[in-house]
Design a binder for this molecule. Structure first.
Ligand code: PEP
Ligand code: MN
Length: 373
């Protein structure tokens, strides 16, 4: 059960102390406090863990400081969407809103290779009014001999250039907890010209110690990508690790499932699960068409497979798109075959716009039919 307290409830107030005293005396109930400090207000939620079935919502509503009460199911306690749960399904980070009704495009380099390519990419993003990007510094690779990313060495110029081109959020994969500190330090030394959304990739989603470390900090939001060989339930539980440790600024990424049945695509595209994740949880949902499809090939109708599946994800309500681009894909050190060309960016964006409009029209139509019923 969650007790949502009145905005700006002070932990020092006598009412709050009275509430805590009451809760401490409840048998077999432990309390966990979650505080979200926003620009306008501070929100406190108390998670009651244990035998909460015996508690009545009406009684809890009568307690001091309590604004709302949410009875939650066992699954995905913090991130889940529970009955009568009107808690917000969005968060703000560095001036950008991430929610279940927004759409953010993260076009960028799969892996940072040269400073020149980072600049070409960011310049193109700014020219198209994009404020988010992806830039891999730490790359998990199948072969130990493959390029592993430039690591912390590239962070200063990536952050400086992001500042120069007004990029607000960079999705950046981490593969070890030390990377969080390296990113924090590099941001500090460059004067925080941008923000970072930590990315935990499909290989690491069940690296629970890494998940806990990313969950124990609230400086950076986290994009967690679905495990490609585990059930959706297992992946959502893994995401819950972040939130249970205190960080609920979490985006859930779909990137295709590992199965040869998906051939000739790199993975079997799973974007039909966009609405499913939005129904089960309050996380914004990201799609990664590049890693799902894995090749830049065109279809007979002149649209690439990547653009087709992007549109499929957007028309199903996706909130974020992670897409690989590269100035010279043949020279990219990672994932060149699936990287789109910089000159394809405007076409990609217009196509996304069409799909997004179609999604919005579908939602409006559904609302009309619901009213008519
Ligand atoms: C990536 O986004 O660069 C990546 C490695 O993705 P995934 O974890 O989905 O394979
Ligand atoms: Mn990649």
């Amino acid at each position: 059960m969650i007790l949502v307290l009145k905005p700006n409830t002070s932990e020092e107030s006598p009412e709050y102390k009275q509430l805590c005293a009451y809760l401490t005396n409840l048998p077999s109930i432990a309390t966990r406090v979650h505080t979200e400090v926003g620009a306008e207000q501070t929100l406190t939620e108390l998670y009651l863990i244990g035998n909460t079935k015996a508690l009545l919502v009406e009684d809890m509503l009568g307690l001091p400081c309590v604004d709302r009460v949410v009875r939650i199911s066992e699954e995905y306690r913090v991130l889940g969407r529970h009955q009568n749960d009107d808690r917000p399904a969005f968060f703000d980070y560095n001036g950008v809103r991430f929610g279940q009704d927004t759409l953010n495009i993260f076009a960028g380099l799969c892996a940072v290779d040269t400073i020149e390519n980072v600049e070409i990419m960011m310049k193109a993003l700014q020219a198209h009014n994009l404020v988010c990007t992806r830039m891999g510094a730490y790359k998990p690779r199948t072969s130990p001999y493959a390029f592993q990313g430039h690591g912390k060495a590239c962070l200063p110029y990536v952050f400086d250039l992001a500042g120069k081109y007004d990029i607000k959020v960079i999705a950046m994969e981490i593969t070890h907890e030390s990377h969080i500190e390296q990113i924090r330090e590099a941001l500090f030394h460059t004067g925080s010209p941008t923000g970072v959304m930590l990315q935990i990739g499909t290989r690491n989603i069940q690296n629970f110690e890494l998940m806990k470390m990313a969950g124990r900090q609230q400086d950076f939001p986290v994009l967690v990508k679905r495990g490609s060989g585990i059930t959706l339930d297992e992946s959502l539980n893994a995401a819950e690790y972040l939130a249970s440790e205190g960080n609920r600024k979490v985006v859930f990424g779909l990137r295709g499932m590992r199965t040869n049945l998906g051939d000739p695509h790199r993975n079997l595209v799973d974007f039909a699960h966009v609405p499913v994740v939005k129904r089960l949880t309050r996380m914004p949902v990201c799609i990664d068409p590049s890693h799902a499809v894995g090749t830049r090939v065109d279809s007979a109708d002149g649209l690439s497979d990547i653009m087709h599946v992007t549109a499929q994800g957007i028309i199903a309500g996706a909130n974020m798109v992670l897409a690989d681009f590269h100035p010279t894909p043949s020279k990219a050190l990672v994932d060149g075959p699936q990287s789109m060309l910089i000159r394809e960016l405007p076409h990609f964006l217009e196509d996304i716009h069409i799909a997004r409009q179609a999604y919005e029209k579908r939602v409006a139509l559904a609302a009309q039919y619901q009213v008519a019923q």
